[in-house]
Design a protein around this ligand. Structure first.
Ligand SMILES: *Cc1c(COP(=O)(O)O)cnc(C)c1O
Length: 446
């Protein structure tokens, strides 16, 4: 069995669920936060509810490191949920933003930089012939869904169980990420009438896919999925699944939307669509695009995108869309993605995930590592984890204990079993090696 309980260093953290380790400052911050902010946080998973204890309040980040308000230093594997592929506050980005802010914070009018950015995004994602910039992944997805409905004149959309696409009403049906973490994949406040228009099928299940298209294909505006789901933990597509999704959507006249908010610029420069060689009709991007500033994008075939207002009948807008600071950050990120050795990032990430797998195998631990490139999830189940149902078999209590033991040892992981962890180019091979050693110590031997 997993020797978590017999590890003496671990016992302290687990019994107190991190509370003992918390300084008075964090404690008082958290109670003040709860007074003015629901659950004390501005996004649910941050509250640490899934792993117990009080959340860490972050003061600053540099390279792979975070410092909390009490001065404790962590090596970060959450990386702002994958946004920070070059680590925290890269010097070049900070300098560029400093210079740019002198020109102003927002104009609500067209700028040259937006044109440049759209063109750059197109060079990374040729399937995005035209692009609109928005301020969050949620907004990108919400806009893409409205556009798909407007373009096809159809109402229903198809998603996968445990797929997370932000918190737009239509997508909070069998949703992953925080929604899955807290057991509210179907949110209160979403009218049944609307939720009924969202169909959901298990990922990687070819039969379910064919069946739903046979029955509902002509009513579907779109099939939206993360081509490599990362919001129920990382799950890899089975050979032929994405191809089948492409074929069936085409056959029935539904749009294929790849939500690449996480996978875009992550599993390859051109996202999953480049890695798997599949062209979706629409793509959504976020996270890495802005390097930590609020920007996201959606785009696709010109014929579809031209349905957007003012030329077309599908309304979509934003006061801060194409915000100059966020656009400046995105231009810097894309430049850095082009000029740096992208493949070395995946290569050194493999040192950690392969090392973890080896340890699990040698010690016959009931764990399983799913990884692609620089993102990974350690599932507390034998696996294999191939869909939401198998991900849900994870022992979330064990995950919580692992999380807190790691936190105590100065490793900041995603505070939920159903999330991905991210390695950045700022994590050195030596840091990854010492992280592996700490993981091994916490997990113990069988
Ligand atoms: C994070 C995420 C979103 C939502 O993006 P926000 O910026 O949090 O609104 C949408 N889709 C996927 C795949 C994501 O990982």
């Amino acid at each position: 069995m997993l020797s978590l309980r017999s590890n003496p260093g671990f016992e302290i953290a687990s019994s107190a669920c991190g509370l003992l380790a918390m300084t008075n400052k964090t404690k008082s911050l958290f109670s003040l936060a709860q007074k003015y902010i629901p659950s004390g946080v501005n996004s649910p998973v941050r509250a640490f509810k899934a792993v117990g204890g009080a959340p860490v309040f972050i003061r600053k980040g540099k390279s792979p490191f975070l410092w909390d308000e009490s001065g404790k230093k962590y090596i970060d594997f959450c990386m702002s949920w994958g946004a920070l592929i070059f680590g925290h506050s890269p010097a070049g980005l900070i300098q560029t933003l400093r210079r740019e802010i002198e020109y102003g914070t927002s104009f609500g009018a067209a700028t040259q930089k937006e044109v440049k950015l759209a063109r750059e995004i197109n060079s990374f994602f040729p399937s995005m012939e035209k692009i609109r910039l928005v301020s969050s992944g949620t907004e990108a997805v919400m806009s893409a869904i409205r556009l798909a409905r407007g373009f096809t004149g159809r109402k229903k959309i198809l998603k996968i169980d445990g797929g997370y696409h932000g918190h737009a009403d239509s997508l909070l049906v069998k949703a992953g990420s925080g929604a899955a973490t807290f057991g509210i994949p179907d949110s209160a406040g979403v009218p049944d009438e609307l939720a009924r228009l969202t169909l959901s099928i298990p990922f990687n299940d070819m039969n379910a896919l064919e069946k739903v298209f046979k029955k509902e294909g002509r009513n579907l505006a779109a099939f939206i999925l993360e081509p490599v789901p990362a919001n129920m933990g990382v799950i890899l597509p089975k050979a032929g699944y994405l191809e089948a999704a492409r074929k069936l959507t085409k056959k029935y006249g539904a749009l294929l939307i790849f939500d690449e908010v996480i996978t875009g610029f992550r599993i390859s420069r051109g996202g999953a669509q480049q890695s798997f060689g599949i062209q979706p009709d629409l793509t959504t991007l976020g996270k890495i695009l802005g390097g930590g500033l609020p920007i996201a994008a959606f785009g696709g075939r010109s014929k579809i995108m031209d349905q957007l207002a003012p030329a077309g009948p599908v309304y979509q807008a934003g006061t801060l869309s194409g915000n100059p600071m966020a656009v400046t950050a995105a231009l810097w990120m894309l430049q850095a993605l082009k000029s740096r050795d992208f493949d070395s990032l995946s290569r050194h990430a493999v040192g950690l995930t392969a090392g973890l797998r080896k340890w699990i195998r040698e010690n016959d631990l009931p764990l399983c590592v799913n990884a692609m490139g620089s993102m990974f999830t350690l599932f507390f189940t034998h696996g294999p984890v191939t869909d939401y149902a198998s991900a849900k078999k994870s022992d979330t209590e064990r995950y919580a204990k692992f999380f807190h033991a790691a936190l105590k040892a100065g490793i900041y992981l995603a505070p939920s079993q159903f999330e991905a962890n991210f390695i950045s180019s700022a994590h050195t091979p030596a840091q990854l090696k010492s992280t592996l050693r700490i993981f091994q110590k916490i997990l113990g031997r069988n």
